[in-house]
Design a protein around this ligand. Structure first.
Ligand code: NDP
Length: 264
């Protein structure tokens, strides 16, 4: 049985190491999880051929999450509400079922209950949709969205009852800052293309960076140096991956094994 992660680029993904360790830990011999680098123009035809090639499921990452939902035949309520999917399951009858496990993973990873809290979300792509929806569903009082392309922030805010922020408005006090942009993904300076500086992380009680790189990110490093609580991209990866693993295999996820493999 095969599993994989579809993305472009996807070479940086820790998902194969994490899922292969989990498959071995629960004794699913003969299962393997692999990278599936697929450009956008080949995404639909690739996904439609995966079941025949022996795939039980696939995770979906940048930039395919909206396309994944669009080509699914069935979807969970949360994937439909978010408008993006990070988990596809291929059923024996040919159905392609879409779910979004980024949303519950974010809420579970926060060091405090999101109810009544304020949040600044950076980005308006697939993962930002999940985060904004999740925070709203968890009872956050105010969700504020900034994006490099401002029209996308405005559209997302309008859709989910949040508020769009202008370039100069991000450095404000809030309980949580969540980076859902690709800034820092190349291992460079996260702050170079974000409207905040390292010192301004003190404005938040907790900083979450969905991005992860082998050496960490400058955003998380800046927050840790200033004593701000952090949730890094690997913790979100483990949370969403554990929920996906359970959908793919029907087995409880060995979360500690997955965390060790992701961080290894
Ligand atoms: P999308 O392609 O859907 O969205 C990308 C977002 O990043 C857009 O808001 C885009 O802005 C913005 N962006 C891209 N490059 C830059 C830049 N240089 N500076 C500022 N903004 C930028 O991707 P996703 O939402 O799926 O993923 C976003 C990031 O989150 C990725 O790095 C991904 O790896 C990570 N991620 C990690 C997860 C985990 O498990 N740890 C889970 C989900 C995502 P614009 O609209 O202007 O193009």
């Amino acid at each position: 049985m095969r599993l994989g992660v579809l993305g472009w680029p996807v070479a940086h993904s820790r998902s194969p190491a994490m899922h292969n360790a989990a498959l071995a830990a629960v004794g699913l011999q003969g299962w393997r999880y692999q990278l599936l680098p697929v450009p956008p123009e080949l995404f639909a035809e690739t996904v439609r051929s995966l079941a025949q090639a022996g795939f039980r499921g696939a995770n979906v990452t940048i930039p395919h999450k909206a396309a994944a939902l669009a080509l699914s035949t069935d979807r969970t309520e949360r994937a439909a509400a978010i408008g993006a999917a990070n988990t596809l399951t291929f059923e024996p009858g040919g159905e392609i079922v879409a779910d979004n496990t980024d949303a519950p993973a974010l809420v579970a990873a926060l060091p405090f209950d999101a109810r009544g809290q304020t949040a600044v979300v950076l980005g308006a792509g697939g993962s930002a949709r999940a985060v904004v929806w999740a925070l709203g569903g968890a009872g956050a009082r105010d969700v504020l969205i900034w994006n490099r392309t401002p029209e996308r922030a405005r559209a997302l805010a309008h859709e989910f009852g949040a508020t769009a922020l202008g370039q100069g408005d991000v450095m404000r006090d809030a309980d949580v800052l969540v980076n859902c942009t690709a800034a820092g993904l190349d291992g460079g300076d996260s702050f170079a293309s974000l409207p905040l500086d390292a010192g301004s992380v003190r404005n938040y009680r907790c900083v979450v960076d969905l991005v992860y790189t082998p050496s960490g990110t400058r955003l998380i490093d800046a927050a840790q140096r200033r004593g701000v609580a952090t949730v890094d991209g690997l913790e979100i990866l483990v949370g969403q991956g554990a929920l996906s693993f359970e959908r793919f295999t029907g087995r409880p996820a060995p979360v500690d094994v997955m965390r060790a493999a992701a961080r290894g």
